[in-house]
Design a binder for this molecule. Structure first.
Ligand SMILES: N[C@@H](CCC(=O)N[C@@H](CSS)C(=O)NCC(=O)O)C(=O)O
Length: 298
């Protein structure tokens, strides 16, 4: 039964792809990231040993108030192991997040970053110190270190659920958006964790870390606005008290991204934001994705 289930998932992985990313020079096949992350591209799936149950997504949105960052906890609670992942954990709130993981009886397998953040230090290193089995994940194009470097088109499995990786550069060159899978056994409506590419009624700035307003505009339009209109969008930050939006809502009301590209670029060139206070500390720490903290006292 588990083998059949696995083959079904394998087909699903190979048959559904995100739209090709406009800045990518080559098409690629979809590598596999397995349940526990140890054999991502080998096809060995020893972890799939249990009776199949319908996948059921648990989602929690967690806030870190100093940097106004959202961390997301996702788990397949229909799976007997309740495998879970954290998206964009912050160092300051790792204890809170791991307590919640334990209280809910989840098995944390991945700590994902949408990009190299400039305003806060990722919680990835602390998490790995406290839970050594957890694998850190970031995009290959970010040029950061991590246990797993993902690329556009990769699928990251947790139990029988998965997140699709979509390259959405522009805020930084390595930004990705993680989108819940497309399929009858995956959550409906779909959900996208947009990092700083798309903020609610806004978007990430494009004035450092390889940022480009042209790329950001193309990324959002080709990779996020191409999703079904009811797709729920969860950003990495909010500065106004919003929590969630949808593709349809942002296509109508986003004051920057509803404009033509030329107007968008002019808006982005005139934001006049000061650099994040933590930038000099956060960027080098996040390029190591917290791996430098592995021997730190926890
Ligand atoms: N004041 C904050 C930084 C605020 C900021 O620059 N936010 C970034 C995302 S974190 S790099 C951004 O892209 N903002 C876009 C916008 O329109 O606000 C601090 O000092 O940390």
């Amino acid at each position: 039964m588990s083998q059949l289930r696995f083959h079904h998932l394998l087909l699903l992985r190979n048959s559904r792809r995100p739209p090709s990313f406009p800045f990518s020079s080559s098409t690629k096949t979809t590598p596999l990231l397995s349940l526990f992350g140890s054999t991502p591209r080998s096809g060995t799936m020893a972890a799939y040993s249990t009776v199949a149950e319908a996948p059921r997504l648990l989602l929690r949105q967690l806030f870190e108030k100093e940097s106004s960052t959202y961390t997301y906890l996702l788990a397949d609670v229909g799976h007997p192991d309740k495998p879970a992942m954290l998206v964009d954990p912050v160092d300051k709130t790792v204890d809170r997040d791991l307590t919640l993981v334990k209280e809910l009886g989840l098995k944390l397998i991945y700590a994902l970053n949408t990009h190299v953040h400039a305003d806060h230090v990722t919680g990835t290193g602390l998490i790995k110190g406290k839970m050594p089995g957890v694998k850190s994940v970031i995009s290959k194009s970010s040029n950061a270190k991590a246990d797993l470097l993902v690329e556009h088109g990769d699928n990251i499995y947790f139990g029988n659920l998965f997140l699709e990786v979509r390259a959405t550069p522009g805020h930084t060159m390595g930004c990705v958006t993680y989108v819940t899978g497309d399929g009858s056994d995956q959550p409906h409506p779909r959900m996208a964790f947009t990092g700083d590419a798309l903020l609610i009624r806004g978007c990430g700035r494009t004035d450092f870390q390889g940022g480009s307003s042209h790329q950001l505009y193309q990324s959002v339009h080709s990779q996020i606005f191409s999703l079904p209109k009811d797709t729920l969008l969860y950003p990495a930050h909010d500065y106004k008290g919003f929590t969630v939006t949808t593709v349809g809502e942002e296509m109508l009301y986003n004051p920057r991204l509803t404009k033509d590209e030329e107007t968008f670029q002019s808006i982005m060139e005139n934001l006049n934001l000061s650099y994040p206070k933590m930038m000099a500390v956060a960027v080098p720490a996040n390029l190591a994705c917290g791996l430098q903290d592995l021997n730190a006292k926890v």
